[in-house]
Design a protein around this ligand. Structure first.
Ligand code: HXC
Length: 281
């Protein structure tokens, strides 16, 4: 899809880059020529991912153990990065989520998700942008949000509220920092299975197949498809795209809203009964 050197010479920081979607995005950045820095809470997970990446693309991955909820940890990571290899690009991927009835959420349960998704993204984005501005250099930010940032969603209330906040953060900063050469965009994925998210969000196989039936493309997304979209938005070649959110969900969210989508369950006989009667002669 891309020239192999699309991101050559670029440095990309991917939050939550040790696992799941973040790992796939970081790996695609590497394939396209970038140096990547991945951060996450668990050092051993980051080290294992780095070993995998190094086996494939040697010497272009750095790791930073950092809980993005903690401003001090974020500042220490960014100080280290900017002292050695200032990033040109940031992917706000780290997130937390679980399925729960909203009336059962404790204040700490609500906070657990919003502090990762909203506060954590703000900590990293504002810290990075502040340094880009101080160094007089531009940058490109892509945040991973969700389609339900736009529509809201039951049973994932803290995530829906926080992701809506992140989308608004990207739009706000796109306008404020555009004149400083910093672009901010978002990607809104539908379902892209990962071990972490799936064990929390998709309790059984029955739910998974019912879910696929509601997606016009009748399948979940592949990580490579999402990673390519993120790299496209990061790259300088899309330098005039700023403040947008691109959806990648096989048409799922529109299908959820489309009034006559139920008609796909009508039988041949029911369609025939509704067809205009052919007049004779
Ligand atoms: C109700 C829950 C809960 C659950 C945790 N809590 N899980 N409440 N139902 N399933 C409550 C706890 O009871 C506790 O409140 C509070 O949350 C904090 O719990 P901890 O386990 O101490 O939190 P912590 O270790 O910080 O873990 C954060 C987490 C966890 C968000 C809860 O799931 C996590 O680390 N997730 C990271 C990975 C992840 O979730 N990835 C998926 C992202 S998917 P009390 O009051 O009892 O102390 C995504 C988009 C999905 O973002 C889109 C799909 C299409």
């Amino acid at each position: 899809m891309f020239q192999r050197d699309l991101l050559a010479g670029k440095r990309v920081l991917v939050t939550g880059g040790g696992t799941g979607i973040g790992k796939s995005i970081a790996h695609r950045c590497l394939e396209l020529g970038a140096h990547v820095a991945i951060c996450g809470r668990r050092r051993e997970v980051l080290d294992a991912t780095k070993a995998e990446f190094d086996a494939d693309v040697p010497g272009r991955t750095a790791v930073h153990a950092c809980d993005i909820r903690e401003p001090d940890q974020v500042e220490a990571m960014l100080d280290a990065l900017f002292a050695e290899q200032p990033p040109d690009m940031l992917v706000n991927n780290a997130a937390g989520n679980f399925l729960a009835r909203s009336e059962d959420l404790s204040p700490r349960g609500f906070d657990a998700v919003t502090r990762i998704v909203l506060n954590g993204t703000a900590n990293v984005t504002l810290g990075t942008g502040r340094r880009w501005i101080a160094h007089g250099r531009g940058g490109s930010v892509v945040a991973i949000v969700t389609t339900y940032a736009r529509t809201g969603s039951p049973y994932v209330l803290p995530s829906a509220c926080a992701k809506a906040g992140v989308e608004t953060m990207m739009k706000s900063l796109a306008v404020e920092w555009g004149p400083k050469g910093i672009r901010c965009n978002a990607v809104a994925p539908g379902p892209f299975p990962t071990e972490g998210a799936w064990e929390r969000l998709v309790p059984n196989a029955g739910l998974e197949s019912a879910w696929k039936k509601r997606i016009p493309m009748r399948r979940f997304g592949e990580h490579r498809e999402l990673a390519d979209l993120v790299c496209f938005l990061l790259a300088p070649q899309t330098g005039y795209v700023n403040g947008d959110t691109v959806t990648i969900d096989g048409g799922e969210w529109l299908r959820g809203a489309a009034q006559f989508a139920f008609a796909e369950d009508l039988t041949e006989e029911q369609w025939a009964a509704m067809a205009p009667k052919k007049s004779r002669g």
